[in-house]
Design a protein around this ligand. Structure first.
Ligand code: GLN
Length: 542
């Protein structure tokens, strides 16, 4: 039977609980355990699909097409275990389940209450479908003390008594802030946070104390005493230069040993940290650098492009270079890229996005990259806009656009209402709800022999994850081909353009899917490795 670790957070939000869960998962893997990671979010949205990436960070899409919290991206990147829709849940979904059951009469007329009905639904989610995992790591979103998080904390408290002994452990992530006027690290917020948790009935087995500097032994001792936690279980979690260092630092601080002890496991294999050491070495000691411009909309919040940011880092790891990113707000220009704006960059990337705002600026960036021979990668919306750019400027189709922005003369990108998934016809209507009506999750794609992408992937058939409503309009394929565009990746039925490239250009690729979702530090995605490789090549030319 699987063992369960629950990760809660206190003091402030944004402590990096997701990263902590992911890094712990990776560390346990290095000790030979199979892990599974899960996220429980207290908000009432049914899923994060309709939440603004500007508020909440990117929407991460799983193989099976679930729109989830970005923390599942951390989990996959650190552990390589593909997350499933059933690994993420919100209060909204839990209440939806409970209310649906109530409407169906499943509760046989009982009064439906938070305890036990809601807490039971939460517990079902936690223990359901753990597969062959030895250890399931469950992160509870939010901060201890939030009203909406209470049913989750109550559910994990109950599980502490219901799971067999040695099968449940609690880790609480807190902040130990440095107060400059006192010249000291302060333990009081941690004490209060743990008191809050214990009032709910949860006694943490370990504390992960986030701090920007080393925590002196006296402070650790004080925390241990006040929080009723063993001193060796007060784990300093100090800011690192790269997130990929975290599994190593946790091991040095003893987190894995404390946890295995809480589980009563005395004979765990020693950790094999070589892969992580190699990754950290490559990130910290690059042999060169390249600069990539990302022309997008949500450029104010890095979390809105979390996976992309990491995938580019992985591309750097593959090529042993540092990747500097220039985030450029597409709204700052339209029609033409001002001369100084993209000067000096080695490559241009137009990422995924929605809506007309900024679209003309992104198209202008495509023109710039195409004309200057700069390596270009267009992802999802970026690929659609690249097709529009080629249609307008190489195929002479004035008024080429996407129906996402309203009716147009040449709908080079349009709404797709029918497509196939695993042999079944999928349908949607133009006026469908926004939630969950996109082409989502993994789809196969066939690569054209001899194309650039065929060479990059080294395979004829690939599978990548999607999240979009619109598609490049197959009816324009002949005209775009005549203009020099190559459709180098197509859906197996030949109806959906999935990858385009420009053979006359040094490196110009657009993909309808999101390759960034599948990149890992220990297995950089081939497209990102090749894109950064092309940027490096470009940097040598100038
Ligand atoms: N807005 C586009 C669509 O819905 C692209 C979406 C995206 O980039 N993820 O098709």
């Amino acid at each position: 039977m699987a063992r369960y670790v629950f990760i809660t957070g206190g003091v402030v939000s944004s402590l990096g609980k997701g990263l902590a869960a992911a890094a712990l998962g990776a560390l346990l893997q290095t000790r030979g355990y199979k892990v599974r990671l899960r996220k429980l979010d207290p908000y009432l949205n049914v899923d994060p699909g309709t939440m603004s990436p500007y508020q909440h960070g990117e929407v991460y899409v799983t193989e099976d097409g679930a729109e989830t919290d970005l923390d599942l991206g951390h989990y996959e990147r650190f552990t390589g275990v593909p997350a499933r829709g059933s690994d993420s849940v919100s209060s909204g979904r839990i209440y939806w389940t409970v209310i649906t059951r109530e409407r169906r009469g499943d509760y046989l007329g009982a009064t439906v209450q938070v305890i036990p009905h809601v807490t039971n639904a939460i517990k079902e989610f936690i223990v359901n479908d753990a597969g062959d995992a030895d250890i399931v790591i469950c992160e509870i979103g939010g901060t201890v003390g939030d009203i909406e998080g209470l049913p989750f904390l109550e559910a994990i408290r109950q599980l502490g008594n219901e799971l067999p002994r040695g099968h449940c452990a609690y880790i609480h992530v807190t902040l130990v802030p440095y107060i400059p006027s006192a010249g000291e690290l302060k333990t009081k917020p941690t004490q209060h946070s743990v008191r809050e948790l214990r009032a709910i009935g949860i006694q943490p087995d370990a504390l992960l104390c986030r701090s920007d500097r080393p925590i002196p032994p006296e402070a650790r001792r004080k925390i241990a005493l006040q929080c009723s936690v063993r001193e060796d279980a007060v784990i300093p979690a100090i800011d690192c230069d790269t997130i990929y260092e975290v599994p190593i630092r946790y091991h040095e601080a003893g987190l894995d040993d404390v946890l295995l002890e809480a589980f009563g496991i005395g004979d765990a294999p020693a950790p094999q940290l070589g892969t992580w050491e190699e990754i950290v070495e490559r990130v910290k000691k690059p042999e060169g650098e390249v600069t990539v411009a990302i022309v997008g909309k949500y450029t104010g919040l890095i979390d809105a492009y979390k996976s992309l940011y990491e995938a580019l880092t992985h591309g750097g790891i593959a090529n042993r270079v540092r990747v500097n990113l220039e985030w450029i707000d597409a709204e700052a220009f339209a029609g033409e890229v001002p001369d100084d704006r993209l000067q000096g960059v080695n490559a241009v990337l137009v990422p995924g996005g929605f809506g007309e705002r900024g679209a003309e600026g992104k198209i202008a960036a495509v023109t710039y990259a195409r004309e200057k021979g700069l390596p270009f990668l267009g992802i999802c919306f970026g690929m659609q806009l690249a097709c529009i750019e080629v249609a307008r400027n190489l195929a002479g189709l004035d008024g080429a656009s996407s129906t996402e922005f309203g009716p147009c003369r040449h709908p080079v990108v349009g709404l797709l209402t029918e497509w196939e998934k695993e042999g079944e016809l999928q349908r949607r209507r133009a006026d469908d709800d926004l939630g969950g009506t996109m082409r989502l999750g993994a789809y196969p794609c066939l690569l054209a022999p001899g194309s650039l992408v065929h060479d990059i992937y080294g395979a004829r058939e690939i599978s990548e994850r999607h999240r979009h409503r619109y598609e490049v309009n197959i009816n324009y394929k002949p005209l775009l081909e005549e203009a020099g565009l190559r459709f180098s990746g197509m859906s197996p039925d030949g109806r959906l353009p999935e990858i385009i490239e420009l053979p006359s250009h040094p490196w110009f690729v657009g993909v309808q899917f999101h390759p960034e979702l599948k990149s890992r530090p220990f297995a950089p995605h081939p497209l990102f490795a090749a894109f950064i490789g092309a940027a490096l090549e470009q940097s040598r030319l100038v």
